[in-house]
Design a protein around this ligand. Structure first.
Ligand code: AMP
Ligand code: MG
Length: 298
């Protein structure tokens, strides 16, 4: 298949999950178990397609790096055990590590709490020519912090600023921030890996039963399940308020890991392809320099 056709296919696979205008957005319009009619017999083929996609991604990323103008920010958000780490690992596996920067955001440190909520993420934005990956992000400040309001109070924000409007204000700040990034040459793609409550339970049980997976399990994660509906509301509100044409969300079905990875890879290919990347053009001076260097070597 030609590169152009791959790129077309990537658009086709990722488009059903793209949300680029939040108005009327409802999570119930999406199904965590969706595989676009691909059946489990199609799994080997899907894996092959993913492998091809990863190769194409590596090629696009090489051009991004050579051109050194744009940068790409990929944000991953999800409930525990939805497969963020695995998706990041697989999709980025073919990419030159020098062109890629991954940051995980955990509960904020003392130093981080001493600043506004965007600060720690701003410090970790990708350089030009790079792909930056946020494993969790400033969106946690509209998710876990919303579900557990006590965190907000402990965050040392002046209490006059903690009003009913705070979530709308944060959404507005995030929209403006992402617009600012877009205007400075950073394109933003956001992924919500949408796992079902049942599938999460299955994966937690696996983590308990399989000694090699024990390390991944924390009883705090299991406790968070008790807030499932509140989280789903927070995710819905977040996507509704921050999905824009330039910085879309992808609601990626996450009950089948092979399909999750396929959709994420496709969306990243689509994002890179939208930049019309090319290797930098070599000017007269550079050509002369190259030919002189060749003579010298010979
Ligand atoms: P994990 O990624 O599973 O290691 O977990 C990281 C934990 O950090 C999760 O429980 C998040 O909810 C939490 N976390 C990330 N960002 C924030 C934040 N801004 N405020 C509070 N907790 C956070
Ligand atoms: Mg965890």
């Amino acid at each position: 298949m030609k590169k152009k056709d791959y790129i077309k296919r990537a658009k086709k696979i990722s488009k059903p999950f793209r949300v680029d205008g939040g108005k009327g957005f409802k999570l119930k319009h999406f199904d965590p178990d969706d595989t676009l009619n691909l059946k489990s017999e199609d799994k080997p083929k899907a894996k092959e397609a993913l492998q091809d996609g990863i190769e194409l991604l590596a090629e696009l990323q090489d051009m991004l790096y050579a051109q050194d103008r744009w940068s790409v920010l990929l944000i991953f958000q999800a409930m525990d055990a939805a497969g963020k780490d695995g998706a990041i690992k697989h999709v980025m596996s073919g990419i030159n590590p020098q062109g890629c920067q991954v940051f995980s955001f955990k509960a904020p440190s003392r130093e981080e709490l001493d600043h506004d909520f965007l600060w720690r993420c701003m410090k970790s934005l990708p350089e030009r020519g790079r792909i930056g990956i946020f494993n969790r992000s400033y969106y946690e400040d509209t998710l876990v912090v919303r579900v557990h309001r006590e965190i907000l109070v402990n965050k040392r924000l002046p209490k006059e600023l903690i009003t009913k409007k705070i979530w709308d204000e944060r959404f507005q700040d995030i929209r403006n921030f992402e617009k600012y990034l877009n205007r400075n040459g950073t394109i933003v793609r956001k992924f919500f890996l949408y796992v079902s409550k049942d599938e999460q339970k299955k994966r937690f049980l696996e983590r308990i039963d399989n000694p090699e997976k024990n390390w991944k399990f924390s009883s705090a994660d299991a406790k968070e399940r008790g807030h499932w509906d509140e989280y789903m509301n927070a995710y819905e509100e977040m996507i509704r308020n921050t999905a824009t044409k330039d910085s879309p969300w992808y609601v990626v079905p996450a009950d089948n890991k092979w399909f999750t990875r396929l959709v994420v890879a496709a969306a990243v290919i689509d994002a890179l392809a939208s930049l019309n990347l090319e290797y930098p053009e070599v000017g007269e001076d550079k050509l002369k320099e190259l030919s002189e260097a060749k003579k010298l070597l010979q």
